[in-house]
Design a protein around this ligand. Structure first.
Ligand code: PGA
Length: 301
C-alpha cells in the first residue's frame, strides 16, 4: 500500500468541509480530481472513508479514525518543514572546527565574532598540529580545518584563505635587530628555537632551508609558539614563526623581526575539508564568515 501526503491532505480537506467542491476550491483543484483522489485512497486502504448524506460528504466511523492519524501525519510533516526552515536560517546547530596551533591566534578571534553574531550555534574547537589535523580529516571528524597548504593526494577539498608570512624573530636586544638585508649566512651560527616535528611551520622551514643549502647547527624544540616566543625573548636563540603569532610582542618591543634575506617565507592559510563530507548549513555559514572576516583579524590579506 502506498499512501501519499497529498492524498491525506485532500482527505482532510474534504472531511473538514464535508464537500468535494469546497475542498477543491481550497486546494486549487477541480472537483473531479478531488473525488478521484478520494476514490483512489479508499481503494488503496480498502476502507470506505466517506459517505453521502444529502449534499454533505460525511465521515464513516472508520474514516473518522483514519482522519485522526492523517492529521497526526500532516502535523508532523508541517513540523518537519518548520525544522528545515529553522535549520536553514542558520540560527542553531553545531560546528566542529579544528585548527593548526599557529592558526589559533586569529581563528579564536574569528570564532568570538561568529558566536556573537550567531549565539545559537555551538562550536567545538580543537587546536592541534598539522599531522594530527590530517589524521582527523582522514576520519571525517571536523566540519572544517584551518591549516597551511594541505598535502596533495589526501582526498581533501581546500580553498586558499589568506597569506601566512613566516618571519625570523629575535630578542629586541639582538645585535642584528634593526639591520637591513641581513644575509642568510650571518645567522648560520645562531641557535634556532623550533616547533616540534609534525608542525606545518617546521615542515615549511625545513624545506626552505634545504632549498637555500642552510643547516641549523643547533636547535631547541618546543611544542608551542608561546614557548618559542618566551625562549627567544629570553635570548635562547632565534625563532621562525608566523607573523600572525607575534604582533603584540613586536608592538610591546619585547621581540623584533630580523630582516633576513629570503624572508618572510610566504605561506598561505587554507580552509580544508574532507572531500565527500557534505557541509551542514552551519558549516557553510562559518566557511563564508571566516573567508570574509579572517583577514581583518591579522591586519590584511
Ligand atoms: P602548525 O601550523 O605549524 O601549528 O602545525 C601551520 C600549518 O598547518 O602549516
Amino acid at each position: 500500500m502506498h499512501l501519499s501526503l497529498r492524498q491525506l491532505q485532500i482527505f482532510s480537506a474534504v472531511a473538514q468541509h464535508e464537500s468535494y467542491t469546497r475542498a477543491a476550491e481550497q486546494l486549487h483543484m477541480t472537483q473531479p480530481a478531488v473525488s478521484m483522489q478520494i476514490k483512489q485512497l479508499e481503494e488503496d486502504t480498502g476502507i470506505a472513508l466517506l459517505q453521502r448524506q444529502g449534499r454533505r460528504m460525511i465521515l464513516t466511523a472508520a474514516g473518522a479514525e483514519i482522519l485522526g492519524y492523517s492529521k497526526g501525519v500532516l502535523q508532523s510533516y508541517s513540523d518537519l518543514l518548520g525544522a528545515i526552515d529553522h535549520l536553514k536560517s542558520y540560527k542553531q546547530g553545531h560546528l566542529m572546527v579544528s585548527v593548526a596551533t599557529t592558526a589559533n591566534y586569529f581563528v579564536t578571534r574569528v570564532l568570538a565574532a561568529f558566536s556573537k553574531k550567531y549565539p545559537g550555534i555551538n562550536v567545538t574547537l580543537d587546536v592541534t598540529n598539522r599531522a594530527k589535523l590530517l589524521h582527523q580529516l582522514e576520519n571525517f571528524e571536523p566540519d572544517l580545518v584551518v591549516m597551511g597548504e594541505p598535502p596533495k593526494g589526501f582526498n581533501l577539498a581546500s580553498e586558499r584563505m589568506m597569506e601566512n608570512p613566516l618571519v625570523v624573530i629575535a630578542s629586541a636586544t639582538h645585535p642584528l635587530a634593526g639591520k637591513k638585508k641581513i644575509p642568510l649566512d650571518s645567522i648560520r651560527s645562531e641557535r634556532f628555537v623550533m616547533r616540534e616535528q609534525g608542525s606545518g611551520t617546521r615542515d615549511a622551514i625545513e624545506r626552505h632551508m634545504l632549498a637555500h643549502d642552510f643547516t641549523c647547527n643547533s636547535t631547541l624544540e618546543m611544542r608551542s609558539n608561546e614557548t618559542i616566543k618566551h625562549a627567544v625573548e629570553a635570548g635562547l636563540g632565534l625563532g621562525i614563526v608566523s607573523s600572525h603569532t607575534v604582533q603584540p610582542e613586536i608592538l610591546a618591543g619585547q621581540l623584533c623581526i630580523l630582516r633576513v634575506q629570503s624572508f618572510p617565507l610566504l605561506r598561505h592559510w587554507h580552509i580544508v575539508s574532507r572531500k565527500g563530507k557534505r557541509h551542514s548549513p552551519v558549516a557553510q555559514l562559518f566557511y563564508e564568515f571566516i573567508m570574509e572576516e579572517a583577514p581583518k583579524f591579522v591586519g590584511g590579506r
